[in-house]
Design a binder for this molecule. Structure first.
Ligand SMILES: C[S@@+](CC[C@H](N)C(=O)[O-])C[C@H]1O[C@@H](n2cnc3c(N)ncnc32)[C@H](O)[C@@H]1O
Length: 414
């Protein structure tokens, strides 16, 4: 009897797991990977691994897990805020030194209460800042930013910036339950009075606790390097056949119709002085629709044809995404060692009532580039921060249930 290699396995759900252990608690981000998934993939497929790569590393979940196991990690992401978080999460800081800065920060805030040392601060002036921040909040954020800008130690600075970034989002006038930027109602705005200093301090305390756990657990010298290259375009400085395992969760689709990573991060990126913060979503995978061409991968071509019959424009957008995805997988394939693994956690979203079989597409693409399929585990998504409904027809109000499952596709290079 031949057993199917693709099956539902609820042990991958990790429904009751604490997903905020160690530095995983640092900062929220859309569609974060569950650390327990990365952990189990690393345990199973990279017993003697020395190197892990994540081509869409986001906030660095798989990089943290690699480092905990003594594996050197490499990641890339086009979103500067995600890179900042990933860097901070994989950086060890001596707690004694951190505590000195935390105390200095508290003294600084305390002195402000009595108007001592009130710095002469100029708030940033990016487009629409007053639309998203109340005057008093803006002033307090600018004061905190000026304190952080004066920190010379880069590691400590990043630790503070991560807490600052999450504070920016939470004390802005955006609806916090949404990934896209929508302003809260006028009535809510009137009542909205966040305590900015309390907010950042509680994040700093939470993250310090996570850092302490991380330091206690990581008893090795493994390192992380984070790049900013587009993984669909090239593979940066990473050498061919140098990586033992890839553990990643690619975007489910283009940012416009699935998860808007750039929009989620825009206010933080603007406060962090990132240029063109409003353009990030267009640069991510599937950010541009393209003229449809045959790929020669029948499962992609058939899927695009099905959508094109209903809506040519949507078909071009979906094609744009899978064209980028194909080029990214070609690049990733080159840097994996022979017998090394590619572990992709993907979702099969629906567009125009057609399910996009991204798990099968992932499998077929890797097979094109010399990999064999080992397994696909199907899991429920109990705790990933994802919209479980979307508008597959793209008509407002027409919602249907979408990604309640994820597919963990395991491929091995021959
Ligand atoms: C599902 S998220 C990854 C989340 C990550 N696993 C975590 O736990 O935080 C996908 C990421 O891919 C990034 N991304 C999209 N297109 C990219 C590209 N062409 N090159 C590099 N990163 C890209 C997005 O910015 C986003 O952070």
């Amino acid at each position: 009897m031949v057993l199917s290699k693709k099956y539902i396995d609820v042990t991958w759900d990790f429904a009751a797991a604490d997903t905020k252990e160690y530095t995983h608690c640092y900062h929220n981000y859309p569609a974060m990977m569950i650390p327990q998934i990365a952990r189990r993939l690393i345990d199973r497929y990279s017993k003697k691994a020395e190197t892990l790569f994540d081509p869409y590393c986001g906030t660095g979940t798989s990089l943290v897990e690699a480092n905990l196991k003594g594996i050197n990690a490499f990641g890339t992401d086009l979103n500067p805020m995600a890179r900042l978080i990933a860097e901070a999460k994989t950086t060890l800081i001596e707690l004694q030194i951190l505590d000195l800065y935390l105390k200095e920060f508290n003294d600084f805030l305390f002195s402000l209460m009595f108007n001592i040392n009130k710095p002469n601060i100029i708030a940033p002036n990016f487009n629409n800042i007053d639309f998203w921040f109340k005057e008093e909040v803006k002033e307090k954020l600018a004061i905190i930013k000026s304190f952080i800008s004066n920190i010379k130690d880069e590691k400590i600075k990043k630790f503070f910036l991560v807490a600052f970034s999450e504070t920016v989002r939470e004390c802005s006038l955006t609806r916090n339950s949404e990934f896209k930027l929508y302003r809260i109602s006028e009535k809510q705005r009137e009542k909205f009075d966040p305590d900015v200093y309390v907010m950042i301090n509680s994040k700093l305390a939470r993250n310090r606790k996570g850092l302490k756990e991380y330091i206690e657990q990581k008893k090795n010298n493994s390192k992380t390097v984070i790049y900013d290259f587009d993984s669909s375009e090239h593979i940066g400085k990473i050498e061919k056949e140098s990586i033992d395992i890839v553990v990643t969760s690619p975007p489910y689709g283009d940012s416009r119709t699935t998860v808007a990573y750039g929009q989620f991060s825009r206010l933080s990126n603007q406060w962090l002085d990132v240029e063109d913060a409003s353009q990030i979503d267009n640069q991510l995978m599937g950010g541009k629709s393209k003229t449809i061409k045959k790929t020669g991968i029948s499962i992609i071509d058939k899927t695009i044809e099905k959508i094109a019959v209903k809506d040519e424009k949507r078909a071009k957008e979906v094609y744009g995404f899978f064209d980028d995805y194909n080029r990214s997988i070609a690049n990733v394939s080159e840097i994996i060692k022979k017998k090394g693994y590619a572990c992709y956690v993907v979702g099969n979203r629906r567009v125009k009532d057609t399910t996009l079989p991204t798990d099968e597409i992932t499998k077929n693409l890797f097979q094109e580039y010399g990999f064999i399929h080992k397994n696909t585990f199907i899991r429920n998504i109990p705790n990933k921060r994802m919209p479980s409904k979307n508008s597959p027809t793209n008509k407002t109000g027409q919602k249907s249930t979408t990604m309640n499952n994820e597919y963990i596709v395991i491929m091995q290079k021959q």
